[in-house]
Design a protein around this ligand. Structure first.
Ligand code: CO
Ligand code: CO
Length: 323
């Protein structure tokens, strides 16, 4: 759909839609650019408060992935015009407010319309130095790939809807999705990295592919090193796989070479559509250990799942997956 947007001629548009980047970036002056993004969706968990919290963490994530600092946000809400829904809407908004407060982002307005199915999210504005934008074109051969949250939220959410997950699993996945990528972003900026993206609807393979395409690189990842929610493995084995995840598997298959040892379950998980997933950080190998220990020191998961292997290849296969 982005294909029909007119060609951008304004030189101050530093990042537009051409490389499937996390957010748009517009230069205001030599020292300052604004980062803009929006995201909203239907309830992913039953509890309205946590839905609001997750929607806020998710909307901020693209700014963190670009290396920006989010400053202000606008509420976006769609909800049924029935008075019995109003208490839930209040809880949804409170979840969003509390998460934005935690992120030190001010909500300065928004817009609400009536809709049969509730939807909630934000438009977010952040700032960044024009020279420090972590866009998708900056991955380099030799970069280590560091992932900061577990994979499998799409599959878990399907399992939750089918009543197949325990309270403990629901809590773990809710906490993961509502966790800000802020610390991970701050620590990668302190360390100095090539680039980063956040893992959302296209799954780990899809978002890795976006960066590799823009950077004209290939990568090798190891499925055994990718942190999965344990319950997601069980659910895939039971064939509880959401449509979006199956669609991802199909649309990215030509970019992937699967090693013989990689299981069908792992292939599905690596394509699972995530909500408010972690950052995938591309860090020069000599800074990898420093970044990993900084992240773990702050209680952030840091899994070295693979590496960028080369540049400049025209070959369609961009991702080699080994066990
Ligand atoms: Co993103
Ligand atoms: Co987004």
């Amino acid at each position: 759909m982005l294909g029909q947007l007119p060609l951008i001629t304004d030189k101050n548009v530093l990042i537009g839609s051409s490389n499937a980047d996390d957010a748009g970036v517009y230069r205001i002056s030599d020292d300052i650019a604004v980062v803009l993004t929006t995201d909203f969706f239907t309830p992913i968990v039953d509890d309205p408060y946590w839905f609001g919290s997750i929607a806020a963490a998710n909307a901020l994530s693209d700014v963190y992935a670009m290396g920006g600092k989010p400053l202000v946000a606008l509420n976006i809400a769609m909800f049924p015009n029935q008075s019995e829904f109003f208490p839930s809407l209040k809880r949804i908004m409170q979840g969003g407010i509390d998460k934005m407060t935690e992120a030190e982002v001010s909500i300065i307005g928004g817009h609400t319309i009536r809709d049969k199915e509730p939807k909630y999210g934000f438009a977010v504005m952040g700032v960044i130095h024009p020279d420090n934008i972590l866009d998708n074109s900056k991955a380099k051969a030799g970069d280590a790939l560091i992932l900061t949250k577990k994979i499998g939220t799409g599959i878990i959410s399907t399992g939750v809807k089918a009543g197949l997950c325990s309270e403990a699993v629901i809590e773990e996945f809710t906490i993961s999705m509502s966790s800000l990528n802020r610390k991970a972003s701050e620590l990668m900026l302190e360390t100095g990295v090539s680039t980063a993206t956040d893992i959302t609807g296209f799954g780990l393979i899809g978002h890795l592919h976006e960066v590799l395409s823009a950077s004209k690189c290939r990568a090798r990842i190891f499925s055994s090193r990718v942190p999965f929610f344990e319950d997601a493995i069980r659910l895939v084995d039971m064939n509880k796989v959401p449509g979006g995840t199956i669609a991802n598997s199909k649309s990215f298959s030509s970019f992937v070479s699967w090693g013989k040892e990689v299981s069908d379950t792992e292939k599905i998980l690596l394509n699972d559509a995530q909500t408010s997933g972690g950052l995938l950080i591309f860090v020069p190998v000599d800074r990898k250990d420093r970044l990993i220990s900084a992240l773990r020191g702050e209680g952030v998961l840091a899994a070295h799942i693979g590496d960028v292997i080369d540049e400049g290849k025209k070959d369609a296969i961009k991702i080699f997956v080994e066990r």
